[in-house]
Design a protein around this ligand. Structure first.
Ligand code: SAM
Length: 288
């Protein structure tokens, strides 16, 4: 069964008595090369468990199932579960869980299904909740080897942006704390049904096996990043001066100098490493 064929998709959904649910960001792939390419690029060894988010009717799930040892797919829409029961029946290594990925205990799920295998995430993510899902995965404490996601092209550009560019933002700097992102390929909006308004892109994030940065206070580093980008037009010391409780503007300025940046630098110039150094300098001021 070609699960990227638009007539097959319509028939499966009609038989199940359901239609596309916009509130769940349902745009299904209708170009079969795309799920093949995503599955080819989402993990390096077959002996991997893949956590898929939002299998839909299973077009990507099937491609993952033939390449990897185990696939656990979490789908929020209970109307799709009977369809997945049919379309995934031929694979004995696929488990479908009917739940909201924002509510799943990721550590418990990985412990239950991975049997010590490396675990990678692969998903054509619903647009409405891309960043919260990504942050949840990153902050879960689960040692995913990589996260490969199809997202809006615009968001993809933000994830891979370099400091100083207009796309660089808080999410880029935070992501850099966990791993390295690269944009694999662009996917035109015509590859989906219903057709979304914008193009997408696939991004793969390779997570650091061991932490690359060890800030003295992770919370302070996050506050610095958040503060810097909430007011990105302001110089960093002004932006942080009004956002970072407990520090005077002079203290912030001296911490900025300690990172080797000029007094009038804006936050968008700082790399993840710079934010770590800045937070450490601020931390040291109060914890000598
Ligand atoms: N994987 C399919 C494909 O590529 O054609 C469908 C992708 S569609 C963009 C997003 C999928 O995520 C839908 O099946 C939707 O129901 C599901 N979804 C949306 N929100 C979710 C959530 N919070 N947890 C789990 N699945 C979710």
């Amino acid at each position: 069964m070609d699960l990227c064929n638009i007539s097959v998709i319509r028939e499966l959904m009609a038989d199940a008595g359901i239609s596309f649910r916009k509130e769940f960001g349902q745009n299904f792939l209708i170009n079969r090369i795309i799920p093949e390419d995503i599955a080819d690029n989402c993990a390096d060894t077959a002996d991997t468990m893949i956590l898929e988010i939002g299998p839909g009717i299973g077009c990507l799930t099937g491609e993952l199932a033939v390449r990897f040892k185990r696939v656990v797919a979490v789908e929020i829409d209970n109307g799709l579960i009977p369809i997945l029961g049919k379309t995934m029946a031929e694979y004995d290594n696929v488990t479908v869980i009917n739940n909201d990925i924002m509510k799943v205990d990721l550590k418990a799920l990985v412990d239950e299904y991975s049997e010590g295998m490396p675990v990678a995430v692969c998903a054509n993510l619903p647009y409405y909740i891309t960043t919260p899902i990504l942050m949840r995965l990153l902050e879960s404490g689960v040692k995913f080897t990589s996260i490969t996601i199809m997202i809006q092209n615009e968001v993809a550009q933000r994830l891979v942006a370099k400091p100083g560019s207009s796309d660089y933002g808080a999410i880029t700097a935070v992501l850099g704390y966990y791993g390295e992102a690269r944009r694999l390929f662009k996917v035109s909006k015509g590859c989906f049904t219903p057709m979304p308004k914008v193009d997408s892109a696939v991004v793969r994030i390779d997570l650091y096996r061991e932490p690359k940065y060890t800030p003295k206070s992770e919370a302070l580093m996050r506050d610095c990043i958040r503060g810097a980008f909430e007011m990105r037009r302001k110089t960093l010391h002004n932006a942080l001066g009004s956002k970072l409780g407990g520090y005077t503007k002079d203290e912030i300025l001296s911490a900025i100098r300690a990172t080797g940046h000029p007094d009038d630098v804006r936050g968008e110039r700082l790399s993840t490493e710079d934010f770590v150094k800045l937070a450490d300098a601020l931390f040291d001021m109060k914890n000598r």
